[in-house]
Design a protein around this ligand. Structure first.
Ligand SMILES: Nc1ncnc2c1ncn2[C@@H]1O[C@H](COP(=O)(O)OP(=O)(O)OP(=O)(O)O)[C@@H](O)[C@H]1O
Length: 231
């Protein structure tokens, strides 16, 4: 039987006169890897920030793990946004240790995750000395600390070198094998096509397509042609 992880109903969001999301509805089931794609300004970040409880919708509703308040499911959700909220002057390891203590996670997980994201050898260096890609890796380690069932990533490969892009791809594949549910946005269509089971296409705040990888490719040659097509 399928398990609903996210359920979104008629979600709308305005910023003044700007309609950023218009009556968006969809469901994400356990184990799906949903790629949210759309041109600049189509509403992807707005959608994510509502799901994370950072913004309030003007109308519509949503639930995650059956709960309508994202705060109530915080421990089950790993979030990868942009370079996290870390203390600049202290080491990556200390930053992660503080986070583990806040999240009530065994401290042994800190070294395990630093290794996993390829920061094992630089864990004692201060966060401020890290490159963009290293900061992103630390953000990923932080998101995975509590072994979340749902991982939400806003443009995880943005600004990464090819090795970083491959790392993210393999990480998503591994999380998928573990039965985790993943929702991510990206402008790198070829890349996202390699990992996603489902896609949601937004244009000017409208959901213009939502379906499986097979459904997209059954209808269009590629994700790119689905996006550029006048859906
Ligand atoms: N804080 C804000 N105040 C006013 N308008 C906003 C705000 N945030 C977003 N918008 C507008 O809402 C619309 C959707 O923006 P959003 O950032 O959600 O799109 P996006 O798909 O994530 O874009 P990108 O691909 O460029 O990251 C855009 O028209 C944008 O200008």
């Amino acid at each position: 039987m399928t398990e609903r992880i996210i359920s979104v109903e008629h979600l709308s969001k305005r910023y003044g006169k700007q309609l950023a999301l218009n009556e968006v509805s969809f469901v994400v089931e356990k184990g799906q890897v949903l790629g949210v794609v759309g041109p600049n300004g189509s509403g992807k970040t707005t959608l994510f920030s509502i799901l994370l409880g950072l913004r309030k919708p003007n109308s519509g509703s949503f639930s995650i793990f059956g709960q309508t308040n994202p705060e109530d499911v915080r421990a089950k959700v790993g979030v990868i946004l942009d370079q996290g909220n870390f203390y600049a002057g202290i080491s990556a390891k200390k930053n992660l240790t503080i986070s583990a203590m806040t999240k009530n996670v065994p401290l042994a997980k800190v070294d395990e995750l630093l290794e996993k994201v390829g920061l094992g050898e630089v864990g004692s260096k201060p966060f401020k000395s890290f490159s963009y890609g290293m900061k992103k890796r630390l953000e990923i380690a932080d998101a995975l600390l509590s072994d979340p069932e749902l991982v939400i990533m806003d443009e995880p490969t943005n600004g990464l070198d090819p090795e970083g892009v491959i790392f993210i791809r393999e990480l998503i594949m591994e999380l998928k094998r573990q039965g985790k549910t993943i929702v991510l946005s990206s402008h790198y269509l070829e890349e996202i096509q390699k990992v996603c089971t489902h896609f949601l296409i937004l244009k000017k705040g409208e959901l213009v397509f939502h379906g499986s990888q097979e459904a997209v490719l059954g209808k269009f040659d590629s994700l790119e042609s689905a996006l550029t097509n006048k859906l």
